[in-house]
Design a protein around this ligand. Structure first.
Ligand SMILES: Nc1nc2c(ncn2[C@@H]2O[C@H](COP(=O)(O)OP(=O)(O)OP(=O)(O)O)[C@@H](O)[C@H]2O)c(=O)[nH]1
Ligand SMILES: [Mg+2]
Length: 459
């Protein structure tokens, strides 16, 4: 496909107004140079967004440096309106202009090759007449165009900008590359489809593809979690020794290795999650988690997994207590604990196994010697903690814009509310699955059981 036929958009404007940020967010590419230093982008860079059935180009460009002088040059060369676009081509090809106005030559060249224009301004700073020269030059190219107002610090000057921009652009939209969620990105792409009728079908297909891809990414994330929670619930760290005494001695080491493995396994899942959403530069550290800093800090588990009341319900559902209590328990009836009384509580606390964080076993081997083993974890809240943490990370990562270059920081979770928002039947399925997991039994439909936790309506 030649550049002419393929939909292509040059993102242009003043230096340091978020042009590269917009390209980064729309192309889901976190490898594009963004910085608070003005003049970061020095050359026009073309980024192709490829989907299953199509592609389009976004062109990141350097900002205007000397628009007034450039407009003067153009006016000197051309007095006939019908020759303006041709004059821009002459400007781009003129070696003297290439020396004197390298930024403008770079930024205008894509338009001489058929690119549409996305003009970016900062909605937190007032409009000024110095922008008129930029907008006038863009008009000379004769290319389809629209304006994007990026409210970098605030929205104070948006109205003022809208009044100025509508003089030059038929379409004006507010778009914040750091905050715009996936739906907003799709909306913007749909606006692009109107800019040039020749591109409208391609772009509609691309929108369809992107929506489908988004669903696939969610599905793949659920699979990552299913494998993670299964692995963590199964894991055991063992070592052969000669005497029971030696088994005692290796215990602290085994525990350390065990925890190390679990932590690395969780980190691997987060890296897979990041890669699934094309975040390859994002830094994170599990040690920086405010809540809980440590996967093995049992006291913090109620914050990440289920709370005590929910765990009691889970116990009922999983069959630790009689069937009649189940519906009451799932309904979360306030009188449940009182009505069912000590029976359920008794069963419950044994069932929780809170003080049995990690099982340590020593067993004799048939050919002599002993084996000391650490794990698997017996605490009933454990699978929920893993699921709760992951679902929380999923939400952050799936909504992280590629223009956002800050390190990830997870500090709160509303997993318990999420579970409470599930349909009763979905809650039961989840509790049954976690019951099997903590017993190291296979759960055939684990991904299906986890899926409701990833639904948008539980956000
Ligand atoms: N808070 C906030 N900062 C933004 C936003 N958009 C851009 N920035 C910041 O503004 C600075 C410039 O962003 P860039 O995307 O590099 O801007 P640019 O227009 O490509 O800049 P040049 O290439 O230098 O012309 C960076 O520090 C961005 O993080 C925004 O919507 N909100
Ligand atoms: Mg830039």
């Amino acid at each position: 496909m030649s550049h002419e036929q393929k939909a292509q958009f040059a993102v242009v404007g003043h230096p340091n107004k978020g042009k590269s940020s917009i390209v980064s967010t729309l192309s889901h590419n976190d490898n594009i140079g963004i910085s608070s230093r003005s003049g970061t982008t020095e050359k026009a860079d073309r980024y192709t967004v490829t989907t299953d059935h199509g592609c389009y180009d976004l062109i990141d460009t350097p900002g205007f440096q000397r628009p007034t002088k450039v407009l003067k040059w153009l006016n000197q060369q051309c007095s006939n309106t019908s020759e303006r676009a041709q004059t821009v081509v002459s400007f781009v090809n003129n070696s003297e202009c290439q020396r004197n106005f390298p930024d403008e030559v770079e930024l205008l060249k894509p338009m001489t090759e058929g690119a549409a224009i996305l003009y970016v301004v900062d909605g937190s700073r007032p409009y000024g007449p110095e922008y008129d020269a930029e907008m006038e030059i863009l008009r000379w190219t004769g290319q389809p165009s629209m304006a994007l107002i990026n409210p970098i610090e605030n929205s104070d000057c948006i109205d003022e900008w809208e009044n100025a921009l509508t003089q030059y652009f038929k379409s004006v939209r507010v778009f914040n590359p750091l905050k715009a969620d996936f739906e907003k990105q799709i909306e913007l792409l749909q606006t692009f489809a109107h800019l040039n009728p020749k591109w409208s079908n391609q772009l509609k297909q691309i929108v369809k593809d992107l929506l489908q891809k988004r669903e696939q990414q969610c599905h793949d994330s659920i699979i990552v979690l299913a494998r993670l929670v299964d692995d963590l619930c199964q894991y055991q760290q063992c070592q052969k020794v000669l005497t029971p005494d030696q088994a005692k001695q290796v215990r602290p080491l085994l525990e350390k290795q065990y925890k190390h493995w679990m932590k690395q396994r969780e980190e691997k899942a987060i890296k897979e999650l990041l890669a699934n959403y094309a975040h390859f530069q994002t830094q994170f550290s599990l040690d920086q988690f405010d809540l809980p800093p440590d996967l093995f800090d049992c006291d913090e588990w109620y914050a990440w997994g289920l709370n005590k009341k929910q765990l009691t319900s889970a116990a009922a559902v999983a069959g630790a207590v009689g069937g009649a209590a189940i519906d009451l328990a799932v309904a979360g009836h306030s009188f449940m604990l009182g009505a069912i009384g000590g029976g359920l509580l008794g069963a419950g606390s044994a069932w929780f196994g809170a003080d049995k964080l990690i099982d340590v076993k020593v067993k004799g081997l048939p050919l002599g010697g002993y084996q000391a083993c650490v794990g698997p974890i017996k605490n009933r809240n454990f699978p929920y903690v893993i699921i709760g943490r992951f679902v929380h990370m999923f939400r952050q990562i799936s909504q992280l814009n590629h223009a956002n270059r800050e390190a990830l920081n997870f500090n709160a979770t509303d997993f318990q509310e999420k579970v409470a928002l599930l349909e009763k039947s979905e809650q039961k399925e989840l509790h049954r699955a976690c019951d099997l997991l903590i017993k190291q039994k296979p759960v055939d439909n684990l991904a299906d059981v986890l899926m409701p936790l990833f639904r948008a309506d539980t956000d």
